[in-house]
Design a protein. Structure first.
Lengths: 351, 351
DNA sequence: TGTTAGCAGTCTATCCTTTAGAGTGCTAAC
DNA sequence: GTTAGCACTCTAAAGGATAGACTGCTAACA
C-alpha cells in the first residue's frame, strides 16, 4: 500500500513529532534523517501521504502532523516486531519495588502503578481485578466488642472482604460459629456473578426442616451485607497515579485542555468503557485517539497490558497520555512490566 | 486594635475579593457596601489598613488584596460567632450519601470526601484514621487452597487486615486454629504502637515449657507479616477527591501555578506535616497560607475537621484551595459535615 | 520519468506600540 | 473628619508590523 520510501518518510515524521510535539516540515526530515533525497522530494511524498490520510496540516503553511491512521500503522508495526522487547527497556525489578509480604492485590497493583508512572513519566491507570469468576471459600463471623459482628468473606484466591454487621442484640460466639458454617455452606462454590444475581433477587435461607429455623431471620439480614461486598468485588475500580505528569506534555500547557483531560480521567466510567470495548487478548493493547470508541476527548492514547493471578482473575494496567505517545519505549516497558508483574503476582497471590 | 469602621471596610474587601478574585478598589466598596461614607474616606481607611499589614497592593495603582493576617482576623471572627452554624448551610445527608452497610472506615471516608468535594466544588483531602491506640482483638489463620494462609487481623474497632502468608508446606486446619489461638493470646491487648515497636525489635515466640515448641518456627515467620500490617495501620494515608476543581479557581488559570499546586498536593508528606503541626482540638481548623509552617506553596489554605469513632481513633477530613477561600460557607459546611460524619461513624463503626 | 533547486505565497507567533480604564494619593474645600 | 476632583500610575487588551517556517509550484536537469 505504501512503498518503502513513503513508509520511511512517514515513520520519520512520526518519530520527529513524538519527540518534539511540533508540526514537522520537509526540511527537518531531510536534515535529520538520512533518506538520500532532497526536501523537495520529501515534500512530494508528504503531499501524497496527506492525500492518503496519514498526515494532517494544522494550517496551509505549517508542517505535518501524523493522523490516527498513521499511528495505528506505526504501532502495529512495532507490535509485530518481536525484536523490540529487548531493545531499549531499562532494568527494573517490580518484585523489589512493590511487594511487601502482606499486601493485598489492590495495594500491590496501586504500588505497581505508582512505580510505572514514576518510571515512564506518564500517568498510569489500573483497573482493579474482576472477581466475577471467583468463588467464596469461607465465611466467618467474628464478634466485636459491642453489638457489631465482623463478617470475613474469603475468596478462593485469597481476596477478602470484611463488612460489619450491626446486630440488635448480643449473639454468642457459639451461635456465630454455627451461623458461619450455615452461611458458608449456603454460598460456597458459586461464582460471584451468579451469587450476586441470586442474592439480589432476594434469596433467603430455607432450612430443610419444615419448621421455623432459629437463625433464619438473622441469616436473612446478613445476606444483603454480603451482597454489598460481592457487588464491590465484581465492580471494577479505577486508580490513577502520576496525574501531574500530564503537565509535562506541551499539548496540555493550555489550561483548558489540561482541565478537560483531567476531568476525562476523573470520569472513570468513560475510561472503563474504553477499556472494556477493546480486545484484551493481546500482550499489550493500544487505543489510539477515538478509534472505535466514543470519547469526549480526542488526541489521547491508552496503552495497557493485562495482569492476572493464575489465569482467571485479571485486571488491566497501563498508561494514558497524548496521542503523540512514545509508543516504542512504552511498548517495551509494558511488555517487560507485564512479564514481571505476572510473575510477582503468581508468586504472591496464586496457589 | 481596629475601630469598627476599619473592620467593616476590611471585611467588605475580604468578601469582595473572595467573591471576585480581583483586587478590590475603594469605589467598589462604596458602591456595593452601604458604609455611609464616600470612596475617598474608604481610600484613607484602606491606606491605614495597608500600613497595619492587613492589605497588600499588587502594584501602585491597583486595588487591594487581603493579607494572611487579614484572613486570620476574619476567620477567627467567623469561628467565634456560633450563629454561623445554622445560617447558610444547605441540607445534606451524609448517612444516605455515603453509607452502605458493609463499608470499612476507609471506603466510607473516601466516599464522604467525594461527597464533600462535589458539594463544595473544592478539592477534598482525607487523612486516614490513626490506629496506633487500637488493640488487636483477634487473629485468625484461614487456609487457602494451595499453600497460602490467610491471616485475619481484627482490631477492637472493627478494622481488619488480611495479609497472606505463603507457607512452605501444607498446614492442617487444626494446627492453624491452634496457632491462631497462640498468636491471638500473644498479641492481644497491646496497643498497636507498642506492638509495632515490640515486633520491629525482632520479638519472637517463647513457650513456657523449656523445650522447643513445635509451632515456634512457623509463628516466628508469621510475626513479620503481622508487623507489616500493623505498620500499614499506624501509617497515615492521604486521599484526594475532586482534584480538577482546582481548575475552577482563576488563580490557577496559569498552568505553572496549577502544576505546582497539584505537585504539592501529590506530595502527601508535606500536607501530612502541615496537618500534624496544627492543633487539632478545635471543631474546625484552618491553616491560612504559610502560617507557622513551611510549605513550598504560598497562597493556599486548608480547612479541616476531625472525624472519630468513639473518641480514640480519628483522622481528618477537609478542603484545600486558594487562600481566598469561601471560609464562611466552608466553615458552616464543615461544622455540619463533622457532626453528621461522626454520628454516622458512631452508628456504623463504634460499639 | 523521477528528482531537485528556487521562489512566490501563506500563515502564525512574537514583539512593539498604543490606548482605555481602573485605581491611588494628594490637595483644597466644606 | 469627610469629600470632590484631578493628576498620576500601571496594567491588560487591542492593533500593527515583522520574521520565519512552511508549502506548492514551476522549470530545469539526469
Amino acid at each position: 500500500m505504501l512503498d518503502e520510501r513513503k513508509l520511511k518518510v512517514l515513520y520519520a515524521i512520526i518519530d520527529s513529532y513524538i519527540d518534539s510535539a511540533e508540526p514537522v516540515g520537509s526540511r527537518t526530515i531531510s536534515k535529520n534523517f538520512n533518506l538520500g533525497v532532497s526536501s523537495a522530494t520529501i515534500r512530494n511524498e508528504m503531499s501524497d501521504l496527506e492525500e492518503q490520510g496519514y498526515l494532517n496540516k494544522p494550517y496551509s503553511s505549517a508542517g505535518r502532523i501524523p493522523s490516527e491512521k498513521a499511528y495505528r500503522l506505526y504501532v502495529d508495526e512495532l507490535l509485530k516486531s518481536q525484536a523490540t522487547i529487548e531493545k531499549k527497556s531499562k532494568d527494573f525489578d517490580i518484585k523489589n519495588m512493590t511487594s511487601k509480604e502482606g499486601y493485598d492485590i489492590e495495594d500491590f497493583m496501586q504500588n505497581a502503578a505508582k512505580f510505572l508512572s514514576v518510571f515512564t513519566n506518564y500517568t498510569s491507570i489500573v483497573a482493579s481485578p474482576k472477581f466475577q469468576d471467583s468463588i467464596i471459600k469461607h465465611i466467618q463471623l467474628i464478634p466485636l466488642e459491642g453489638l457489631g459482628v465482623l463478617i470475613v468473606i474469603v475468596l478462593n484466591n485469597g481476596m477478602v472482604k470484611n463488612p460489619i454487621y450491626k446486630s440488635t442484640k448480643k449473639i454468642s460466639s457459639n451461635d456465630l460459629n454455627t451461623i458461619s458454617n450455615i452461611i458458608s455452606e449456603e454460598l460456597k462454590g458459586i461464582n460471584l456473578e451468579e451469587l450476586f444475581i441470586k442474592l439480589e433477587n432476594g434469596y433467603s435461607y430455607k432450612d430443610d426442616k419444615k419448621e421455623p429455623h432459629k437463625y433464619k431471620e438473622l441469616i436473612d439480614s446478613i445476606f444483603p451485607i454480603i451482597l454489598n461486598s460481592i457487588e464491590d468485588l465484581i465492580t471494577i475500580e479505577l486508580y490513577f497515579e502520576g496525574l501531574t505528569n500530564i503537565f509535562n506534555f506541551p499539548e496540555y500547557k493550555d489550561i483548558e485542555k489540561a482541565k478537560s483531560l483531567m476531568s476525562f480521567i476523573e470520569n472513570k466510567d468513560l475510561i472503563l468503557n474504553m477499556l472494556a470495548n477493546t480486545s484484551s487478548n493481546e500482550d499489550v493493547n493500544i487505543i489510539i485517539g477515538n478509534e472505535n470508541i466514543y470519547s469526549p476527548i480526542k488526541d489521547i492514547s491508552i496503552i495497557t497490558t493485562n495482569y492476572k493471578t493464575g489465569d482467571k482473575i485479571f485486571g488491566r494496567v497501563g498508561l494514558i497520555g497524548p496521542m503523540r505517545m512514545d509508543y516504542e519505549n512504552l511498548i517495551n516497558t509494558l511488555k517487560r512490566f507485564s512479564k514481571d508483574i505476572n510473575e510477582a503476582m503468581n508468586f504472591l497471590f496464586d496457589e
